[in-house]
Design a protein around this ligand. Structure first.
Ligand code: CP
Ligand code: NVA
Length: 319
């Protein structure tokens, strides 16, 4: 999204296909440099020298926090974690005043918030780029990471089939668009009574027409997993939905990824999950199987954060 000429990372649907592809390629590039064991060029290690990377997090995080701090340090910046119990926001100070102040002293704001409208407000009032680090509607950093992980596992993305078995949530909203932009067919299985947001379905259908990769939503996990190369799920109870736990667990009966589903998949199937994971959405047998690439996926969050900082904060491709 663009406000006041600043480019923010809000969702994958906001990006063009070349912009998205470039983020994945740059994530791979920085992974290679980071893992080479060679010293990093000063162009990289001084890119954010003397600058703060603000992390405005109103929800818990393991991966997003570590990867953002790691990426900030890689570029020579200083990550500053601003958790909900650390700062005045929400207790003594408004969202608007906080946004003005934080952005006046930092190079960018990684924001993990509740509603999507909070991301929109941040974009409207911040003088520096906002990187959406999860809201109730989107999780773009996870989608960049996931396509990198799929590329590494399969070499080529075009023609693969991705099955999502689970909730119509922030993770699939960006992953579906990211996969379609990468030429991956997407079949989303959600329980009856749970709908994807219509505008996201519309965007998915448009991109599907552009890239020729099909998109469908079904209520049948078996249908979605048939011939799938990648099976993905996530928690049934996202952060903030704790009060609906009992109701949702009932609604999702039959949606656990287990060997009955994976045996329908393509022979080279892989299992993915953004984590954190619970038993109810995937059995241990699948989660810890040789077909599971969840820990490679988790590590790749670091390189997705590097690509996001480079593209939206440094705004220059570094050798
Ligand atoms: N996948 C993910 O965003 O994990 P965290 O909630 O631990 O950051
Ligand atoms: N859908 C989950 C993702 C956590 C990384 C949530 O919003 O809690």
């Amino acid at each position: 999204g663009m406000t006041k000429g600043i480019k923010h990372l809000v969702s994958i649907s906001d990006l063009t296909t070349p912009e998205f592809t470039s983020l994945v390629n740059r994530a791979a590039h920085h992974k290679k440099i980071f893992k080479s064991g060679q010293p990093v060029s000063s162009e990289i290690s001084e890119a954010l020298k003397g600058k703060l990377v603000a992390m405005l997090f109103s929800k818990r995080s393991t991966r997003t926090r570590i990867s953002t701090e790691g990426a900030a340090v890689y570029f020579g910046g200083h990550p500053m974690f601003l958790g909900k119990d650390d700062i005045q926001l929400g207790v003594n100070e408004s969202f608007y005043d906080t946004t003005r102040i934080v952005s006046s002293m930092t190079s960018c704001i990684f924001a993990r918030v509740n509603s999507h409208s909070e991301i929109q407000q941040l974009c409207e009032h911040s003088s520096v780029p906002i990187i959406n680090s999860l809201c109730d509607t989107y999780h773009p950093l996870q989608a960049i990471c996931d396509i990198l992980t799929i590329k590494e596992a399969f070499g080529e993305t075009k023609g693969l089939k991705l099955a999502w078995v689970g909730d119509a949530n922030n993770v699939i909203n960006d992953l579906a668009i990211a996969a379609l932009r990468s030429g991956i067919r997407v079949s989303v299985a959600v329980p009856r009574g749970i709908e994807m947001i219509p505008t996201i379905v519309d965007v998915a259908k448009t991109i599907s027409q552009e890239t020729g990769a099909s998109f469908e939503v079904t209520n049948d996990p078996k249908h979605a997993c048939t011939d799938a190369n990648i099976i993905v799920t996530d928690t049934f109870i996202s952060m903030g939905e704790e009060a609906q736990k009992q109701k949702k667990l009932q609604q999702f009966s039959g949606f656990q990824v287990n060997s009955d589903l994976t045996k329908l998949a393509a022979p080279n199937w892989k299992f993915m999950h953004c984590l954190p994971r619970h038993q109810e959405e995937v059995t241990d047998e699948v989660f810890y199987s040789d077909n599971s690439i969840v820990f490679e996926e988790g590590e790749n969050r670091l390189y997705a954060a590097m690509a996001a900082i480079e593209a939206f904060v440094i705004k220059k491709e570094l050798a």
